[in-house]
Design a protein around this ligand. Structure first.
Ligand code: ADP
Ligand code: ASP
Ligand code: MG
Length: 389
């Protein structure tokens, strides 16, 4: 018998039927003898819906109130899941992030976990209960409710696994692990049974949202192995751990669909800060050479109209702004990258895909393409560099 931390994302809790199915599989796992702490995300698209409501009442909602609002999503899931488990005849109790002792910095919307004081969880486990924890949230030393950034429930699970010295940390979603590209985009995506922390972190930062980049960084620091699995199905999984399984070459294609590229002549200092702070977008690349400036900003986790904000800032700074997508070919040895870049240029040309920009980075090669070419470009790169090798 061991202590297992499980995390179920919004995709696994889309409605009460799905939630009941999750409750049943938790109960049967518990009856096999494992002690369980289950971290939950908000149901389905609840977080998006709440954020949309906030924009209906204010164009510039205060970050503290946004945290108060969105944390309600995870509270709904935790209470319903606990009730469903109790209805199946097993004792369960739910806790918010604060009740779970998840102490964070006071940075609303992007708080970092400072420490976990899991006394209440431990007491509940000792009394034989299944513990359900609201993911994505914590409390600051200033006693404010905080959130950990979009996709942050993965980090809650890893932090609890570390604090409770758990025997396993399992993250459940709608895919049975990590693939060489998004399996929902490309049927030929190859399942990756094992990945190194660094590989997974890079994949996540460049768009593989199956696991959260901050969660991987936390797992790497704490030495926690993460098992990514599909809710309710088989036992195929991807394990993220130190060193991977010694595969000779790791090659994958990942993508960020909503990117804004800004370029022109720098007009003043702290340009990057102005973009990030005003829009909330994530800076993926900032290239400054003399007066020339080129910025790539990821809009994935900010409101749909953020593109307008970015364009307005660019205009005020005399920069040009274009909405596009960023594809990244990860892996390949450094000497292979140069020839790969030429091959990719040819491939895109033959497929009539305009390459807006390329960049060779330590982890692989970036390709900026029009947003309409996102899927086509991904499958093209995958077919040539992953399927053929
Ligand atoms: P959850 O709601 O459970 O947190 P997410 O939606 O965050 O789940 O992550 C699962 C999704 O990640 C999948 O539906 C899949 O489309 C996407 N994804 C993107 N890239 C990859 C990849 N390389 N491997 C697996 N899944 C990927
Ligand atoms: N519900 C939050 C989000 O949508 C946290 C999570 O899903 O991990 O970002
Ligand atoms: Mg997720």
């Amino acid at each position: 018998m061991g202590l297992v931390i499980q995390k179920y994302g919004g995709s696994s809790l889309a409605n009460t039927e799905a939630l009941n199915a999750v409750a049943n599989s938790i109960v049967s796992r518990f009856k096999q003898g494992d002690a369980l702490v289950v971290v939950v995300s908000a149901m389905g698209k609840t977080t998006e819906d709440l954020l949309r409501k906030a924009r209906e009442v204010s164009q510039t909602p205060c970050q503290r109130e946004l945290d108060m609002l969105v944390t309600a999503g995870e509270r709904i899931s935790m209470a319903l899941l606990s009730m469903a488990i109790q209805a199946a005849g097993v004792e369960a109790i739910s806790f918010t992030g604060s009740q779970s002792g998840i102490i964070t910095t006071n940075d609303h919307q992007e708080a970092k976990i400072i420490e976990v004081r899991p006394q209440r969880i431990q007491e509940a486990l000792d009394s034989g209960k299944i513990v359900i924890v609201a993911g994505f949230q914590g409390v600051s030393l200033e006693r404010e409710v905080t959130t950990l950034g979009r996709g942050g429930s993965d980090t809650s699970a890893v932090a609890l696994a570390a604090a409770l010295a758990a025997d396993a940390c399992e993250i459940y979603s709608d895919v049975d692990g990590v693939y060489s590209t998004d399996p929902n985009l490309c049927a030929q995506a190859q399942h990756l049974p094992s990945l190194d922390y660094k590989e997974m972190k890079t994949m996540a930062l460049y768009g593989a949202k199956v696991l959260n980049a901050d969660a991987i960084a936390f797992a790497q620091r704490a030495g926690i192995e993460i098992r990514a699995r599909k809710t309710g199905e088989g036992r195929r999984e991807s394990v993220v751990r130190r060193g991977g399984d010694g595969r000779p070459a790791f090659v994958a294609v990942v993508g960020l669909k909503q990117v804004t590229r800004c370029l022109g002549l720098a007009s003043g200092p702290s340009l990057e800060q102005t973009f990030v702070e005003t829009s909330g977008a994530r800076m993926v690349a900032a290239h400054l050479s003399g007066q020339d400036v080129e910025l790539w900003l990821d809009r994935t986790n900010i409101p749909e109209d953020a593109s307008d904000t970015l364009h307005a800032i660019a205009k005020a700074q005399d920069l040009k702004a274009y909405d596009c997508s960023l594809l990244t070919l990860l892996g390949l040895t450094p000497d292979r990258r140069i020839s790969a870049l030429e091959e990719a240029r040819m491939l895109f040309k033959e497929a009539s895909i305009d390459l807006l920009a390329t960049r060779v980075v330590d982890e692989g090669i970036n390709f900026l393409v029009g947003s309409d070419d996102f899927e086509k470009g991904t499958t093209l790169l995958h077919a040539h560099f992953v399927e053929k090798t």
